[in-house]
Design a protein. Structure first.
Lengths: 151, 67
């Protein structure tokens, strides 16, 4: 009489989704490799000892959700901030106060000189872009202005 | 090389001309923003300046005109 062996057994432990290691793949040491040809296991162990593995990376945390009641925040397309001020408050154009309302750190000459250095560095690229076919005249006029200001 | 409508140089053209040449120190970092589309950028400029977008040419986008 033929025996009924093998095949899929739904109650087998490997089919139980709850049987998952709490540490996932991090629970594996990854250190002990054996089974190589005679004489190679010791050489491999020595090689591993001379180059220790880097520390395991910290687990990645999902981005935190905003707490209830914090409000949705401001996007660049909003006209007003939650406190009722216009988004252009603190800028020298548009509605609201001008740059005099900004803290002194933001308008410090040091930041301006850093910006100028950055613009000087990329000015040749900005000038080259004026030669791109279909580059608008308004862009060329602006780059001319920039060149006069900076050089 | 072509002039890309949603590229850095196009953004710089629109910001510099819309905000004023003298505000180039603001226009340049704004031009470096990866805008989702020229329309998004132009709506931002119009919200900021309360005026139409300046610069560019015939391909300027004016959302108010589309409505």
């Amino acid at each position: 009489m033929a025996e009924n062996r093998g095949g899929m057994r739904p109650t087998a432990p490997q089919n139980n989704p709850a049987n998952v290691s709490a540490t996932g793949g991090n629970g594996q040491s990854g250190r002990d490799y054996t089974g190589f040809a005679y004489g190679q296991n010791q050489a491999l162990a020595e090689q591993q000892a001379s180059a220790p593995m880097a520390a395991a990376p910290a687990p990645v945390r999902p981005p935190s959700q905003a707490m209830p009641g914090m409000g949705g925040g401001v996007t660049p397309l909003d006209e007003l901030q939650p406190d009722g001020r216009p988004i252009s408050d603190g800028v020298d154009f548009g509605a609201g106060r001008g740059s005099e309302a900004l803290p002194s750190r933001i308008t410090s000459p040091m930041n301006q000189s850093e910006n100028l250095d950055l613009i000087k560095r990329y000015l040749p690229d900005l000038i080259n872009a004026t030669r791109i076919p279909n580059a608008p005249d308004s862009y060329k006029r602006f780059v001319n202005y920039l060149r006069e200001q900076i050089l | 090389m072509q002039w890309l409508e949603n590229g850095f140089f196009d953004h710089l053209d629109k910001f510099a001309n819309s905000l004023g040449y003298e505000n180039y120190e603001i226009a340049i970092p704004l031009a470096m923003v990866k805008w989702k589309s020229p329309e998004d950028r132009d709506v931002f400029i119009m919200t900021l300046t309360n005026q139409d977008v300046k610069g560019g040419g015939a391909h300027n986008f004016n959302p108010l005109a589309v409505k």
